[in-house]
Design a protein around this ligand. Structure first.
Ligand code: ADP
Ligand code: ADP
Ligand code: ZN
Length: 216
């Protein structure tokens, strides 16, 4: 099974992708995570992408599609893919169709997470993650069970994203409205979209996604 998690920054895509990975053995393909790894490793792609990401604008379609293609190539054929934060433009939609065809995969469902804009800012400004294993947390909504200790790996080091500040978030949302929201009608025309209320608690969002996937 291959699915897309679509939604504005902070909607809960990464949180839900991580749950699908542990519950269904699928693989998360997050272009944001891949780009941050490239920035940290100072690869040519990372050097090019860094300033664009810091401003909250979109990195080029060719770069992100090449990253996705390479990840699928490295993945076993039997493992399902969760596209998290990709595609984000109509060009990327076309590129993903071509990539999936080349890898003999089909797109089974597009889950759209719907969340109010004010809530998104609150989620992003409070977001942090484990510096060791990447597990995601939130200051108010998803704290570690023991304060200061990662539930998953026991590490006590956490980090925050440089682009998770209010100004950059506004640019990222404007990019979402202008370039990403317009891709939904093409997936709707293909009968692939399920809308999920992303304002609900994390467990309820997971349950709604599970219901959408049993029919696939
Ligand atoms: P969020 O989880 O907040 O939606 P991401 O981690 O997906 O953010 O993306 C962080 C940044 O990486 C984006 O603001 C953008 O600069 C870049 N990026 C990630 N995915 C894409 C993509 N598919 N196309 C273009 N740029 C991307
Ligand atoms: P995205 O990948 O779409 O940018 P994340 O999954 O990183 O979003 O979620 C953004 C922040 O909101 C994280 O700190 C996460 O812990 C928190 N969060 C995710 N889903 C929910 C939810 N349903 N209710 C409350 N907080 C949530
Ligand atoms: Zn951890």
């Amino acid at each position: 099974m291959n699915i897309i998690l679509l939604g504005p920054p902070g909607a809960g895509k990464g949180t839900q992708a991580a749950r699908l990975v542990s519950q269904r053995g699928m693989r998360q393909l997050s272009t944001g995570d891949m780009l941050r790894a490239a920035v940290a490793a100072q690869t040519p792609i990372g050097i090019e992408a860094k300033a664009i990401m810091d401003r909250g604008e979109l990195v080029s379609d060719e770069i992100v599609s090449a990253l996705i293609d390479a990840e699928l190539l490295a993945m076993g054929e039997g493992t399902g893919a969760i596209f998290d934060g990709y595609p984000r433009t109509s060009e990327q939609v076309g590129q993903l169709d071509a990539i999936l065809a080349r890898h003999d995969r089909q797109l089974d469902r597009v889950i759209e997470l719907e969340v109010d804009e004010d809530e998104l800012v609150r989620r992003i400004v409070g977001r942090f993650s484990c510096a060791n294993c990447g597990a995601g947390y939130h200051d108010e909504f998803q704290q570690p069970t023991t304060a200061g200790v990662c539930d998953k790996c026991g590490s006590s080091e956490f980090k925050r994203r440089k682009d998770d500040n209010e100004e950059t978030v506004r640019t990222r949302m404007a990019e979402y409205r202008a370039k990403t929201a317009p891709i939904l009608p093409s997936y709707e025309a293909r009968g692939l979209v399920t809308r999920v209320d992303g304002m609900a608690p994390i467990e309820e969002v997971s349950a709604a996604i599970e219901r959408a996937l049993v029919t696939v």
